[in-house]
Design a binder for this molecule. Structure first.
Ligand SMILES: [Zn+2]
Ligand SMILES: [Zn+2]
Length: 631
């Protein structure tokens, strides 16, 4: 059967049948008119990095108001930031993102209605960016501007503040153009080819110089431009260039089929870039077998990586509180690529069929109607919602080459990260664990709060915000892999050398009846201060005898510990009962030759806080043991 961009008959049938789909259309009609009737942009306006778009006081994301380019208010404290160049620039990036998404929606509406107004919106907006493309200042996310490609720093865009965002903009624009392709006059197509496509190719190709998620997106944009405009040079570059897309996958994806940067968000972000190219490759019958093989396996593995609740463990950089549903838009495009009867389409159905609300991203969001139906699902997989598939993901798994694993019982899920594949987007969090008990999150990784936010580097990216051991108050220094020394359905253990120079960590977590045990050993040839940390997403429910205390460190995250209390236990085992979500959990902490502290530390978002257990000892070799039991 011929591969088509989308299946219009199925979509129309679903719109007739489902009120929610009809509402989707009603809403995008209003949004598209509102956007393009007021469309205003100029190459004089220089875009800035979206990661600046956070409140300087509390780190919360600012509210983007499409009608107000110079005023930005905090989503948390409500403070208004007016006429600040960097924020205005970030607003422009978001506005242009909206332009690209509205182009795509407008093209869909044109296909469904044949109303020329939607076609004209696309032609006018695209013509604007094409006509002025070279007038947009060559600039980067740091705010530096450059006269020419010859002296440009790596990372530049023109319309957008980074080549990465430029690629995303172009891909979305071409999705729109693809939908109206047979109506595009030849002279307009030729203008695009010699204009924005050629110029963007020169800009992007120079920046594809390593195995990394950004060059993947750039390759994808170049490949899609090439396929769409029949430019063999671009196609050849994307698929056969030095750092081509096949090489990115074969070298950048681990043997367990995860992107090497060790973050589930970057894993999916990478996949998002690749599925666009796969879709266009199928459409233009350009062989991309490596992509077909890798993407399918990566999507299956990512499904297994989630907790039973579909919430994701969240190591390294990304956004907090993401779940499988956060990425349903990527599974949707893939469901089109692999077919409506494929394993991926069934996984998408299983993702959509859960009751958990979708975890959102504060920046670079895909388009979702009511945070439920993505534009991609609507276009590419409209009938999947009718499937009733439920695919279990309750198996314990160990991803040795990605240095992490999950042990799962019906009541307890524990994620364990025991190593890194290098420093890119990594947090110094070796041996970190995340745990879910009877559906309640006991502890999780905070990921981060956006790179422009000061809490990102000062808290979310330090060792002390993780459930690990901190030595002498400083961050872990090594980003090498670790070694899994034991794994079965209920237990996982690992060791990592040189977490700090000369310091070895060993940890074992094991699910037991109504709880789990945690054993953490540290070895060094000299005496150190060891702080075992565990951050609880709950409150202390048992009375504790304490006295106010100081931890003695003022940086590497310790400056954010507040209300520090030393627990005066009197016993070698200290029992603390916690209220975590709906359940009571007791921790039994071994305190032989150790002191126990409890403090408050920031969560993500940073206006919330967690209760942190800190067990301190001074020794060369030491062992920490905690048992967690639920009622
Ligand atoms: Zn604020
Ligand atoms: Zn982290």
């Amino acid at each position: 059967m011929t591969y088509t961009y989308f299946d219009q008959d199925t979509l129309c049938r679903m719109i007739e049948k489902k009120e929610q789909f009809q509402n989707f259309i009603d809403v995008i009609v209003c949004e598209v008119h509102a956007f393009f009737k007021n469309f205003h942009d100029s190459p004089e306006r220089v875009s800035a990095w979206g990661h600046h778009y956070f409140c300087k006081d509390d780190g919360a994301v600012l509210i983007y108001n499409e009608n107000n380019p110079n005023s930005h208010s905090c989503s948390l404290c409500g403070k208004e930031f007016n006429n600040i160049e960097q924020l205005n620039g970030a607003w422009i990036s978001m506005y242009r993102n909206q332009a690209a998404i509205n182009l795509w929606k407008s093209a869909l509406l044109f296909k469904l209605t044949n109303n020329e107004i939607y076609f004209n919106y696309i032609m006018e907006c695209t013509a604007f960016y094409n006509r002025h493309y070279q007038q947009f200042k060559l600039h980067n996310k740091e705010g530096d501007q450059f006269e020419s490609l010859a002296n440009m720093a790596w990372g530049c865009g023109r319309i957008m503040p980074q080549a990465l965002n430029e690629a995303i903009f172009l891909i979305r624009m071409i999705h729109a153009l693809q939908l109206i392709r047979k109506h595009i006059p030849d002279n307009f197509m030729n203008d695009l080819k010699s204009g924005i496509f050629d110029k963007a190719f020169l800009l992007l190709r120079k920046q594809i110089n390593k195995i990394h998620n950004i060059p993947c997106w750039l390759n994808s944009a170049i490949g899609i431009m090439g396929l769409f405009s029949s430019n063999n040079e671009m196609i050849d570059f994307a698929f056969n260039g030095e750092y081509n897309i096949n090489r990115q996958l074969t070298e950048g994806v681990t043997a367990d089929y995860f992107w090497y940067e060790g973050s589930i968000h970057y894993n999916f972000f990478l996949l998002e870039g690749i599925v666009h190219l796969l879709h266009f490759s199928r459409l233009y019958e350009h062989g991309f077998q490596t992509g077909l093989d890798y993407v399918k396996r990566m999507l299956v593995q990512a499904y297994k990586y989630a907790f039973n609740s579909h919430q994701f463990p969240n190591p390294n950089d990304g956004w907090p509180d993401v779940n499988l549903k956060s990425y349903s838009y990527i599974y949707s495009t893939a469901a089109k690529i692999y077919g409506s009867g494929s394993q991926i389409a069934h996984m998408l159905s299983s993702i959509l069929n859960t009751d958990v609300p979708r975890g959102t991203f504060p920046l670079s969001s895909p388009y979702y109607f009511q945070n439920d139906i993505s534009l991609e699902e609507f276009l590419f997989a409209p009938a999947v919602r009718d499937k009733k598939t439920r695919i279990k993901n309750d198996e314990s798994v160990n991803f040795k080459s990605s240095y992490c694993g999950l042990v799962k019982s019906d009541d307890i899920n524990i994620f364990f990260k025991y190593g890194h594949n290098g420093p890119s987007h990594a947090h110094p969090d070796k041996m970190n664990i995340e745990a879910v008990v009877k559906g309640n999150i006991l502890t999780r990784d905070l990921s981060n709060s956006g790179y422009g936010n000061r809490f990102c580097n000062e808290w979310h990216r330090v060792s002390a915000s993780h459930n690990t051991v901190v030595v002498n108050g400083s961050n872990h220094s090594g980003f090498q892999g670790g070694i899994c020394t034991y794994f079965d359905h209920n237990a996982i253990a690992a060791t990592a050398k040189n977490v700090y120079t000369g310091v070895t960590f060993e940890r074992k977590v094991e699910i037991i009846k109504k709880g789990f045990t945690d054993h953490f050993s540290v070895y060094s040839d000299k005496e150190n201060i060891y702080d075992y940390l565990f951050h609880v997403q709950g409150t202390v429910a048992s009375p504790l005898k304490t006295k106010s205390a100081e931890l003695g460190y003022q940086d590497n995250g310790y400056q954010y510990f507040s209300d520090v209390q030393q627990v005066l236990s009197g016993n070698e085992d200290c029992r603390i009962t916690w209220l975590v979500g709906e359940i009571e959990i007791t921790s039994i902490i071994d305190l032989k030759d150790k002191q126990l502290y409890i403090a408050s530390t920031p969560d993500n978002p940073v206006n919330l806080c967690r209760k942190t257990i800190l067990v301190r000892t001074r020794a060369a070799n030491s062992h920490f043991a905690v048992i967690w039991l639920f009622k």
